[in-house]
Design a protein around this ligand. Structure first.
Ligand SMILES: [Mg+2]
Length: 439
């Protein structure tokens, strides 16, 4: 099956409430969504998020990588049907072979762009064959249970959020910590939720090794299940030194972007957990490859998410979370808890206790509302293969033509009509006044 067209939607969806952690603050999500169209007319949707402090990507670099390398590679491929193989990586070999191995130049990795294209291809090919991603990734559990995440902010607000989440039945909480009173913050939350709730912390690389050791040692008495990225991305040997003496299991996040990162971290005994995130890791295929590496090394897993992911990445994450064997913690599916609008017809947000059902529908299992994509797009770029009629302006790439529409006012102009926290509360019964952030 050949792909005849791809459309990139550069989205700017406002958050219900601005969020921050130790390295970033933002008021809107800037995902890119890619829609591919196959020769039989089937369409599929994929999503990636551009995070300069994670993969080095921006929305602009994602678009450049897709236009210059990923789409030309897709446009010259005749994709095989996805078989119901016992090994999903074998079933997806046609997609694996079609995408370039090398990374985008000047970045840690072009993984947001790659994820958007890969998910769109998987969604499209599965839909064309009337298959669900769940048939490719058979679930090992009947539902997926998500964690709550408590962001940066005042200690009082963090305690309030923790109490709301406990009332909502959430059993796993991740607490963002930074330079300001991390121990007092965790202590207050532990007092608020009691001993039964699983707590873990995420510093987003805020500490130097000495400070990290001091903070983790002080947090030991609060029964913390994992400490995520206490020091910045860098030499795995430095992280290994910390992991060897830490009283709390170490989880890598920003240190783990590429397959090469994963191998180096395993070789150095640098951690106890991998935090896999689809867009960070380059899509389902690379995420599964990293999960296998972790499994063979005896490491445990978290399947995390990027703040502001729409229902597309949430749906893909749901399938992967249900499929993975050794996943202890899952994040994501926050939908309109965080975004003023989501793009799926049916809400994908988890319910009481953080529990969410499997998605049995074809492809990724959601119906995308294209009118929402258009409403929040700041830029729409259409790419066609050369076999398509010449209704597109010629672009710079070798085997594609392009058509680009700019909507420079979209982000701010549409905030006022996109809804508010009140609207979210009215339309989303599981809304909680809790924020969830970067995994
Ligand atoms: Mg993290």
């Amino acid at each position: 099956m050949r792909m005849t067209e791809a459309t990139i939607f550069c989205l700017r969806i406002p958050f219900v409430e601005a969020f921050s952690h130790s390295t970033s603050a933002r008021v809107y999500s800037d995902s890119i969504v890619v829609r591919v169209t196959a020769a039989d007319g089937t369409v599929g949707y994929g999503e990636g998020v551009a995070r300069p402090y994670v993969t080095g990507e921006t929305v602009e670099s994602c678009v450049t990588y897709i236009v210059s390398e990923l789409w030309p590679a897709v446009a010259r491929t005749d994709y095989a049907d996805i078989s119901r193989s016992h090994d999903p990586l074998s079933a997806l070999s046609s997609i694996i072979d079609s995408l370039p191995d090398h990374e985008a130049e000047g970045l840690i990795a072009g993984h947001g762009a790659r994820t958007a294209i890969e998910l769109a291809l998987i969604d499209c090919l599965l839909r064309s064959q009337k298959l669900s991603l769940g048939e490719l990734l058979p679930a090992k559990r009947p539902s997926v249970t998500y964690s709550g995440v408590i962001t940066a902010g005042s200690a009082d607000a963090a305690v309030r959020h923790a109490r709301y989440l406990k009332l909502f039945g959430i059993k796993h909480l991740k607490i963002k910590i930074g330079a300001t009173n991390p121990v007092a913050r965790v202590a207050a939350i532990r007092r608020a939720v009691g001993p039964e709730t699983s707590l873990r912390v995420d510093a987003n690389g805020a500490y130097d090794p000495e400070t990290a050791n001091r903070v983790l040692s002080a947090l030991q008495e609060f029964a913390i299940d994992a400490a995520e990225q206490p020091i910045g991305r860098g030499d795995p040997a430095e992280l290994a030194q910390l992991a060897a003496i830490s009283p709390i299991p170490i989880m890598v996040d920003e240190s783990l972007v590429t397959i090469e990162d994963a191998s180096a971290l395993v070789a150095a005994n640098a951690c106890h957990y991998f935090n896999l995130r689809l867009s960070k890791c380059g899509g389902i295929i690379r995420t599964l490859q990293m999960a296998r590496l972790a499994e063979s090394a005896g490491l445990r897993l978290q399947l995390g998410s990027h703040v502001g992911e729409t229902a597309i990445l949430s749906a893909a994450g749901r399938h992967v979370a249900a499929y993975l064997s050794d996943v202890d913690f899952v994040e994501g599916s926050y939908g309109r808890l965080l975004l003023t609008e989501d793009i799926s017809q049916d809400s994908i947000v988890f319910g009481h206790g953080g529990v969410a059902p499997l998605l049995p529908g074809h492809g990724l299992g959601i119906k995308v509302r294209e009118e929402v994509l258009r409403q929040y797009a700041t830029n729409i770029i259409t790419l066609a293969s050369r076999t398509r009629p010449a209704r597109f302006r010629k672009g710079g790439s070798g085997n594609v033509s392009t058509n680009e529409e700019h909507y420079p006012l979209a982000g701010t102009a549409r905030e006022s009509t996109a809804g508010s926290g009140c609207e979210v509360s009215r339309t989303c019964p599981t809304m909680l006044p809790a924020k969830a952030v970067e995994g």
